[in-house]
Write a protein that binds this ligand. Structure first.
Ligand code: ASP
Ligand code: MG
Length: 418
């Protein structure tokens, strides 16, 4: 059994959807569980719907645009499939009903009910196309298996419940061979039936969850790039393919912000020693990257990760009392409560400095912190991480720029640059 994941870019239009079928045709004898993200930029568009909804602005034009894109692609890739068309219609009608009501005022909860639909629509379209070209498949609502807690927009997986649900609802779908199950990434459900999401870019994690539950032999993430690189090819020249790295190294890289794989994806895979392949859906002959237990190649190539749009926040007690454990635990609690992730931290006697994404949540948190602390911040920073660094590389990287903060360990150097 293999788990495949196709991201939004791979199903952004009719050609993309057809290409998924082409990829699958190379695996005709394998049992496959296929996880698909929302088409193209659908998730962003649905976020706009949520913001409009919660602010009482009209949502209809936004929803109609989404409906028309999905209907058009469906008509192209699965002409005459009235059942699929009806399912898509029903889902849009339900969305319209939700949006006709007043917002609950709980934005994160509304967000998950609305934004999760992108994955439902894309999988309806892909499933219909696969059937159209003779690739039979069972469409599975991921929410029947992925049980989570109620932390909307950042739901936590309840593993034991998932294992029980998988035995009941997922495994039976593989009794006919080869089994083909098509399902959504990114979404889950609470015990009392509310839809949740796992956090943006969460579909890789979904693939890992399913692989874990099914004891899959491997997970393949199909991307528009031919693997994992030592730096973002859009920012750096002479990037190198990381053809073989360990889970540990990949976790470090994604933790520091490499966007190829969602950071949480690797833990469940590592637990069951399930290898992860990152491969190109445009170039099926390209070897791609393999991530598994083997760590021999990890220290050979320096890797660069750049996170733009960062806030450097410095927190000082008003009475100049030292930042001690009690202060820190209170501060961490406030970050955790608001789901603001700390990308880097450093403390001195009087100040605790952190780097976080510049988001509305971070600014709300700053206001909250200001009730107790003196808080200053620097906007528009870049957080640069270099794994396996050497001095010439660092000099080149930081040359001519203002370094606001610097941190080094044996393997990793990190800079906050202005
Ligand atoms: N569709 C979701 C997003 O764009 C999840 C994913 O693609 O991984 O964030
Ligand atoms: Mg995506």
């Amino acid at each position: 059994m293999k788990v495949f994941k196709f991201g939004g870019a791979s199903v952004k239009d009719a050609a993309g959807v057809r290409n998924v079928a082409t990829v699958l045709s190379h695996f005709a004898d394998d049992d496959l569980l296929i996880v698909v993200s929302a088409m193209g930029k659908t998730t962003n568009a649905l976020e706009e719907v949520v913001w409009a909804f919660s602010e009482g602005r009209p949502t209809k034009p936004l929803v109609e645009a989404l409906r028309s894109t999905h209907e058009t692609v469906l008509a192209e890739v699965a002409p005459g499939d009235d059942a699929a068309k009806a399912s898509l219609d029903a889902s849009f009608r339900e969305l319209q009903r939700t949006l006709a009501q007043r917002s609950s005022g709980r934005v994160d909860e509304d967000y998950d009910q609305v934004v999760s639909l992108g994955e439902v629509w894309s999988t309806l379209v892909v499933s219909a196309h696969l059937k159209h070209v003779g690739i039979g498949n069972s469409w599975l609502d991921a929410r029947t298996v992925v049980r989570t807690d109620g932390s909307f927009r950042a739901a936590k997986v309840e593993w034991q419940a998932c294992e029980n649900l998988a035995i009941r609802y997922l495994q039976p779908l593989f009794t006919t061979r080869p089994g083909r199950v098509l399902t959504q990434g990114f979404i889950g459900r609470t015990a009392d039936g509310q839809t949740t999401t796992l956090g943006r870019e969460g579909s890789d994690f979904s693939a890992a969850i399913f692989a874990y539950l099914l004891d899959a032999e491997s997970v393949t993430i199909w991307k528009d790039v031919p693997g994992m690189f030592n730096a973002d090819p859009k920012r750096f020249r002479d990037t190198k393919l990381l053809s073989h790295i360990s889970y540990r190294e990949a976790i470090e890289l994604s933790y520091f912000g490499a966007s190829v794989i969602h950071p949480r994806t690797l833990q469940p895979l590592q637990k069951k020693h399930i290898p992860l392949y990152v491969r190109s859906f445009v170039d099926l002959a390209a070897p791609g990257s393999t991530i598994n237990d083997v760590s021999e190649n990890d220290s050979l190539i320096p890797s660069f990760i750049v996170k733009p749009k960062q806030l450097l926040i410095s927190i000082t007690p008003r009475d100049l009392s030292f930042i001690v454990e009690e202060n820190l635990s209170g501060i961490f609690w406030m970050f955790a409560q608001r789901n603001v992730r700390i990308d880097l931290m450093q403390n001195s006697a009087l100040a605790f400095s952190v780097v976080v994404d510049d988001s509305p949540r971070s600014h709300e948190l700053i206001e909250e912190l200001r009730k107790v602390y003196e808080v200053r911040y620097n906007e528009g920073c870049e957080l640069v991480t270099v794994r396996h660094y050497d001095e010439p590389t660092l000099a080149k990287l930081t040359g001519g720029r203002e370094v606001l903060l610097e941190q080094r360990s044996r393997t990793t150097a990190r800079f906050v640059l202005k």
